[in-house]
Design a protein around this ligand. Structure first.
Ligand code: SAH
Length: 426
């Protein structure tokens, strides 16, 4: 195996970037106008992105690797071997898979893709956080992040630190949360399973050979529960021994709270760590911040979260982005305490990372302290999201927006941190 071989250098797209933000297909949900809980949007075909012609990603189920191998008289274990080359061997090309017959490697090269994306930008932060802006085959852009958490930062780690990746599930986002950069232009399309997995392959290649990814958080761009059909096979591959071998309990799915989709996850696969983005503990304010709440309501969100908890037995996380002067008063905290009641939940408080052009601001230190005091005094388990990747626009959708605006007036760099709640339960 060629563990740790680095991929060939990618040409930088800086300077040659095209604006892609106008290809909007689905408008952002505003005031409940579009239906939030339809579970599956009519996204791109699962094979090639946006139904583009051309080779499919080898890891996308719709590419039919197993069937293709069988039709060529190849044993079934070849598919396993290919996956091992990709994940454990970090192969960049089929030619790297030196124990496969040469003709097979050539045929694979012609039929399948390992990398359908191009690294448009790669940014490093001083704390070790790295972020990739990936350009997809259809020119759309998504972000994914590698977070290095040292043992001293991870209170519940049994030994070393964590190597967590934060991945996107859609291009853009249709949930319309008013403070989030990812959803400002609505959702453009679902990512394919191959595109979701490719983020893992790309991020894994940033690590030295001896290091392995340990955790996955689906907290990048998009609403993961609106793309479950493509996300589930990707996460299954990630867990597999031939994949990254990351156990389910080390995978966190963050959702805006779509009850039907949460119920589907409860029925099909309740082993993931679920994080539900609340941001407010009463409907009027939540609807203002999270427009899809209008058609759903907090009671339904909490009931679906409870059903998930009953099935999984795993503590839920509720995310709460603190927006200065909006939802950060002690009364807001008291309402949150009442909403949570006796639930054994973890509240992940995320001080807002200002997004250029949006009117929301970070909470003051004093307001943060007061908010946390109320929660802690009531015995609520609280965690404040640690700042990671400052100065590399690591909060969802920020880098992509910055890049897409490069043709227009310069947007000043904000001081973002990591995507919300990068701390899964394990
Ligand atoms: N659609 C999913 C995943 C979104 S990203 C969800 O709603 O949970 C993960 C978290 O980051 C969400 O809680 C989201 O509200 C939060 N977030 C988005 N933009 C942010 C910002 N600028 N500052 C802080 N947190 C942000």
């Amino acid at each position: 195996m060629t563990g740790g071989t680095r991929p060939p250098a990618e040409p930088s797209a800086a300077g040659g970037m095209m604006r892609q933000m106008n290809n909007q297909i689905y408008p952002a949900a505003a005031g409940g106008a579009s239906h939030p809980d339809a579970v599956q949007m009519p996204g791109a075909a699962a094979s090639s992105p946006a139904g583009l012609p051309g080779p499919a990603h080898v890891l996308d189920p719709s590419a039919g690797l197993e069937e293709w191998l069988a039709a060529r008289g190849q044993p079934a274990w070849r598919a396993k071997a290919i996956r091992r080359w990709l994940f454990a061997g970090r192969a960049a090309t089929f030619a790297d898979m030196t124990d496969l017959p040469k003709e097979l490697r050539t045929a694979l090269e012609e039929r399948f893709l390992i990398f359908s994306t191009r690294i448009a930008r790669h940014v490093h932060a001083e704390d070790g956080t790295e972020k990739l802006l990936l350009e997809l085959a259809d020119g759309q852009r998504i972000e994914c992040v590698l977070l290095r958490e040292h043992a001293r930062e991870v209170s519940d780690a049994a030994g070393g630190g964590r190597l967590t990746v934060c991945i996107s599930s859609q291009v853009g986002c249709g949930m319309g949360c008013v403070f989030c950069a990812s959803g400002l232009d609505g959702v453009i399309r679902n990512l394919t399973t191959g595109e979701i997995l490719e983020q893992l392959l790309r991020l894994q290649k940033l690590l030295p050979a001896e290091e392995r990814l340990s955790h996955i958080v689906v907290m990048g761009m998009g609403e993961p529960l609106a793309n479950l059909d493509r996300l589930m096979p990707a996460l299954a591959t990630a867990q597999h021994a031939d994949g990254l071998g990351i156990s389910q309990r080390r995978i966190t799915i963050s959702t805006v709270g779509l009850p039907k989709a949460i119920d589907r996850l409860t029925a099909e696969n309740p082993g993931y760590h679920l994080a539900v983005s609340l941001h407010a503990a009463e409907d009027a304010l939540r609807t203002r911040l999270v427009p899809v709440n209008k058609a759903i309501g907090l009671a339904e969100v909490m009931a679906a979260a409870d059903r998930y908890w009953e099935a999984s037995g795993r503590r839920l996380t509720f995310e709460y982005v603190l927006l200065g002067g909006v939802n950060d008063a002690p009364e807001d905290a008291a309402r949150l305490v009442r909403l949570l009641g006796r639930r054994a939940a973890l509240v992940n408080v995320i001080p807002y990372n200002a997004v250029a052009g949006l009117p929301w601001r970070e909470p003051s230190k004093a307001a943060q302290a007061r908010f946390l005091d109320v929660l802690r005094a009531a015995g609520v388990n609280v965690q404040v999201r640690r700042r990671k990747g400052a100065r590399i626009d690591a909060a969802c959708g920020q880098l992509r927006r910055l890049e897409s605006a490069s043709a227009g007036p310069a947007i000043p760099a904000t001081s973002p941190a990591s995507p919300g709640g990068t701390r899964p339960a394990e």
